[in-house]
Design a protein around this ligand. Structure first.
Ligand code: THU
Length: 131
């Protein structure tokens, strides 16, 4: 699966967005080294703080589906903007699944092309639990 294909799946997922409060639809697609992909969309709530982001929805779906592979890449798309950067909470979620495989974040650039960013670039010095 290449970046363009992954971005296309994120686009498809954005069509299922439940974004009746913000009207800002987001879709995501997570790719694992098993070859499996999982789509997610944002799901909003009348209690605004409970809104769920597309990226965390996709990663939660992977876990709930029993995915045991390593997370390789997550594509994110919104019909409302180019370069739909992930929020800080989703960046921390990506880092949770980072196991030295240098996860890539794939976005659509202003020319409509898929561009990738390594996770270390978008969440440097991430939090790690030390016990
Ligand atoms: N949203 C995402 O789905 N992913 C992000 O990384 C940032 C924001 C959603 C949450 C909310 O439903 C809408 O975008 C506006 O904030």
């Amino acid at each position: 699966m290449n970046n363009e294909e992954l971005l296309q799946m994120a686009k498809e997922a954005s069509q299922n967005a439940y974004a009746k409060y913000s009207n800002f639809q987001v879709g995501a697609c997570a790719l694992y080294d098993s070859g499996n992909t999982y789509k997610g969309c944002n799901v909003e709530n009348a209690s605004y703080g409970l809104c769920l982001c597309a990226e965390r929805n996709a990663m939660s779906t992977a876990i709930a589906s029993g995915e045991k592979g390593k997370l390789l890449a997550v594509a994110i798309y919104s019909p409302k903007t180019k370069l739909c950067w992930p929020c800080g909470a989703c960046r921390q979620w990506f880092s949770e699944f980072e196991e030295g495989q240098n996860i890539k974040i794939v976005l659509e650039n202003r020319d409509g092309k898929a561009v990738e960013f390594p996770i270390d670039e978008i969440i440097p010095n991430r939090f790690e639990l030390v016990q």
